[in-house]
Design a protein around this ligand. Structure first.
Ligand code: MLT
Ligand code: ZN
Length: 450
């Protein structure tokens, strides 16, 4: 049966786009963290929505599961097939790279699911506009995957996440039918928000093939500074001072001395003064760096402000965290992306440090502080202890009223803990939606745990 299906799929997408060579397929089967990997009959790369729909129909008829995959930059195992032997294909969006002309009057652009974030940003800039979402993996992360995970990123505080940028969507349903809402209207209040439902659905409800994205006016001159802080509460007070000074906050990124130390060891030389426990990178629009530094100087008292360093170098301090952390750990990093209520941040950081020390692991924290979003990275975790440590940290965040997933999604990594994030009725309602749209459970099985 699999051989017959693969021949059928080759008829649809061309033999060169049904990949089975283990050496080539391997890169699609393991996620970026190296923690999550699975098995698949093949990687299938349709060229457009019609081919995607035909692939879905043929897989459904054969009872073969479909795992949609974009740039494979996800961090929760949601973009790789299951390891439990389920028969699946990886449906790669690599060739869904349609890029329409920018609709300048509507401030919108239609793109295929396989277009990278960097391409969207360049396209918007060429039309004198900007895209509201930005994140470090911009050169590989694709629009389809970013919608499927409802990616947040560094400018969430100003523009929201991917869901907020969606004017329309095109997606193939499990039945093989194509759902297309494609009107570049800001206000269009007819019935359920289906694009919004697919944002964050992690490939479990439909295969996203394209999106109509809202664009924003570019920001007037921006300013970036990094400032030291004694505690997370202190860092939050600095952000508050900047906003109260009337500046438009675009990003507020928390870092720790331990994280900055890693980044320095892995390539960057610019250091904060010794003794600084935390640092926060603050980016504002509509003010110059002198004005920003003056507000921070007043609010930070003795803390050092790096404002004479080029913005790109300051951003590199923050954006190099993910890679430096991965390179420094002796085992695949346990990455927990969480939201913590502002008042509980410092207590939570102390709890994570205790839990990690008790498990012989090394914690490196950073994150999008203005959104309450902490990235807890646990290095050198013995593989057999990853689940237990994850359980303790997620229970701690739930007990504080936080969220077990801020922006990376649930994927396979957090599926067993879904009930810590949503109550019984909520989970049952999500299950009902899943059953209605994917009655045979063929779309990304195991992801989200529904
Ligand atoms: C980031 O903010 O850099 C990303 O969420 C990646 C990460 O958490 O490592
Ligand atoms: Zn992040």
């Amino acid at each position: 049966m699999p051989r017959r299906l693969l021949a059928d799929l080759a008829d649809v997408v061309g033999a060169g786009h049904v990949l089975t060579d283990p050496a080539i397929v391997a890169g699609y089967l393991t996620d970026w963290t190296g923690r999550w990997s699975g098995a698949a009959l093949a990687v299938v790369r349709p060229a457009d929505t019609a081919e995607t729909a035909e692939v879905v129909r043929r897989c459904a008829a054969a009872g073969v599961a479909i795992c949609p995959q974009g740039g494979n930059t996800g961090l929760v195992g949601g973009g790789v097939p299951p390891a439990d032997g389920a028969t699946a294909i990886v449906l790669s969006s690599t060739r869904l790279t349609r890029l329409d002309d920018v609709d300048a009057s509507a401030r919108a652009v239609g793109v295929g699911a396989g277009v990278t974030l960097a391409q969207v940003q360049r396209t918007a800039a060429a039309a004198g506009l900007a895209f509201g979402v930005d994140l470090a993996s911009r050169d590989s992360a694709t629009v389809g995957g970013m919608i499927a995970t409802n990616a947040g990123g560094i400018h969430f505080v100003r523009y929201g996440g991917m869901r907020a940028q969606l004017l329309g969507i095109e997606a193939v349903l499990a039945s093989g039918e194509v759902l297309r809402r494609w009107r570049p209207l800001r206000k269009d209040n007819v019935g359920y928000d289906l694009p919004g439902l697919l944002a964050g659905s992690e490939g479990t409800l439909a295969v996203i093939t394209g999106a109509l994205l809202a664009l924003v006016p570019p920001s007037r001159s921006g300013a970036v500074a990094v400032v030291g802080a004694d505690s997370v509460a202190h860092a939050s007070a600095l952000i508050d001072a900047v906003e109260r000074a009337g500046m438009t906050l675009q990003a507020a990124e928390l870092m720790t001395a331990a994280g900055l130390d890693l980044v320095h060891r892995h390539g960057l030389r610019r250091a904060l003064p010794a003794g600084t426990r935390f640092a926060v990178l603050i980016e504002v629009a509509g003010a110059d760096v002198g004005e920003l530094a003056a507000v921070l100087d007043r609010a930070a008292a003795a803390a050092a402000v790096l404002d004479d360093t080029p913005a790109a170098e300051l951003w590199a301090l923050r954006e190099r965290h993910t890679e430096s952390i991965a390179r420094d750990s002796s085992t695949p990093v346990v990455k927990l992306d969480l939201t913590v209520p502002a008042a509980a941040m410092d207590a939570f950081v102390a709890t994570v440090q205790e839990l990690a020390a008790a498990a012989g692991a090394r914690p490196i924290l950073f994150g999008h502080l203005a959104d309450g979003n902490l990235h807890v990275n646990l290095l050198d975790v013995e593989p057999g202890r990853a689940e237990e440590l994850t359980d303790r940290v997620l229970r701690a965040v739930a007990a504080l009223g936080g969220s077990i997933s801020a922006e990376h999604g649930v994927g396979r990594a957090k599926a067993p803990w879904l009930s810590l994030g949503r109550d019984r009725v909520d989970v049952a309602t999500m299950r009902a939606v899943k059953r209605a749209l994917d009655p045979d459970g063929l779309l990304n099985p195991g992801v989200l745990g529904l």
